[in-house]
Design a protein around this ligand. Structure first.
Ligand SMILES: Cc1ncc(COP(=O)(O)O)c(C=O)c1O
Length: 421
């Protein structure tokens, strides 16, 4: 494993000086922070940052300009798109660049079902999807489309949190335009059986969309062997820059027609207008390629670190429960650990260890943190969901960080438990 090029993450303070921001960086020995939240985002690969740099300065021309500078920027984009396409074994014409998975999901789902040639008005998705899918579905319902939400396998089963295939099949009707199933879940790391789901959609003649945000760079994604009509991704989950993602269109056997959601300059064949971002696209391509190389070279490193974190925590804290699929099932992302504490709320544990960055089982929406809909879909009560936390081990996590985090978390937990008793 190559190191990130510095001693762990750097942390900073941001001040506003006149009209500019001044960012003061602290190195890790000045400010000890352990980052275990790689499902929320990942640090940008330093090699990707280096490759992006000239595109902000020397090679800054608009890639849609017809002069030499524009041509150079356009060629750079073409090469990067080729890299993305070959990494997932699809054709370069299938890649539409977006601002991230939220936009890709909206373009895929809304774009496919509102196309004037689409006659079917029923959609199927899963209870544990990201809000970037669920909220689009709710919005379409308001426009008169019907949506069926399929449950996941409940907690306690080896494949807990994956989509229930029997329910999925029975939800599809002759009116179903599109089925949307995430490749891997962002909270509990459950990996869905995409090959079976793809066969099922082929048999029923409906489009398949997959939000593969958490799968890209973490799993082998080969669109030659699994046919997916629409696939969404975002660079910042595989060590690329934020604000850049893609939608793969037409990876299956069916013809996909999309109604653009943004209109304007007609870039990207009119499917997604707007000046393309050469730096973001190059950073995304380099980061994706390097993540996949790392995955192939060292496939077990991250799961070993995750297993170490789990074994240390469960030997120091009695009664921990693993949420989601069991490790042995191989249906869980290698860096994912989502666990339930016996008697302390996840948010309290997080607040008592501010130097360790991880997530609680409640998503902050508005003022009140709501219990995670993914955990309640598994069958957990609201109280159990509030006692849950998510850790995400990543490519740049070191064993020393896992050991130090486990020690601090156990100590903080026992202090909280004493206060409670
Ligand atoms: C599964 C999943 N889908 C979609 C998104 C949204 O990605 P972005 O914020 O890059 O648009 C995320 C990010 O948290 C995610 O984990």
């Amino acid at each position: 494993m190559e190191s990130a090029g510095h001693q762990g993450p750097l942390w900073c303070s941001v001040k506003r000086v006149n009209e500019f921001y001044s960012i003061e960086l602290f190195s890790q020995d000045q400010c000890i922070v352990i980052y275990l939240d790689n499902h929320a985002t990942t640090p940008c690969d330093p090699v990707a940052v280096e490759q992006m740099r000239p595109l902000f300065t020397e090679l800054f021309a608009n890639p849609h300009s017809s002069h030499q500078g524009g041509q150079l920027a356009a060629n750079t984009i073409d090469e990067a798109l080729q890299t993305i396409a070959s990494t997932v074994h699809t054709q370069v014409e299938n890649v539409v660049v977006t601002s991230g998975a939220t936009e890709s999901n909206a373009l895929a789902i809304r774009g496919a079902v509102t196309h004037p040639r689409q006659r079917r008005r029923h959609l199927v998705t899963v209870e544990s999807e990201h809000p970037a899918v669920l909220d689009v579905m709710t919005d379409l319902q308001a426009d008169g489309y019907s949506v069926t939400l399929v449950p996941v396998v409940p907690q306690g089963q080896p494949n807990a949190g994956t989509v229930d295939l029997n329910y999925l099949e029975s939800a599809i009707t002759s009116e179903t335009a599109l089925v949307s199933v995430m490749w891997a879940n962002n909270e509990i790391g459950a990996i869905n059986p995409m090959a079976e789901i793809s066969d099922l959609c082929s048999r029923h003649g409906c489009l398949l969309h997959s939000d593969a945000t958490q799968a890209l760079g973490r799993l082998e994604v080969d669109l030659q062997s699994i046919k997916i009509d629409l696939l969404s991704a975002t660079a910042h989950k595989f060590y690329g820059p934020k604000g850049t993602g893609f939608l793969l269109v037409g990876g299956g056997d069916r013809r996909v027609r999309l109604r653009p959601q943004m209109i304007g300059g007609g870039q990207q064949f009119g499917i997604r207008s707007g000046t393309m971002n050469p730096a973001g696209i190059v950073g995304m391509a380099v980061a994706l390629q390097r993540s996949v190389i790392d995955l192939r070279q060292d496939p077990n490193r991250i799961s070993q670190l995750r297993d170490r974190l789990w074994s240390r925590l469960s030997s120091g804290i009695d009664g921990l429960i693993l949420n989601g699929p069991c490790f042995e099932s191989h249906l869980r992302l290698s860096g994912n650990l989502n666990l339930q504490l016996p008697d302390i709320e996840g948010q309290a544990w997080m607040s008592s260890t501010p130097e360790i960055l991880f997530s609680s089982g409640s998503a902050c929406s508005g003022h009140e943190p709501a219990p995670s809909h993914v955990l309640t879909a598994l069958g957990l009560s609201e109280a159990e969901a509030r006692r849950s936390v998510r850790f995400g081990v990543g490519r740049f996590t070191e064993i020393g960080e896992v050991e130090a985090a486990a020690d601090q978390l156990i100590e903080a937990y026992s202090n909280l438990a004493k206060l409670q008793n």
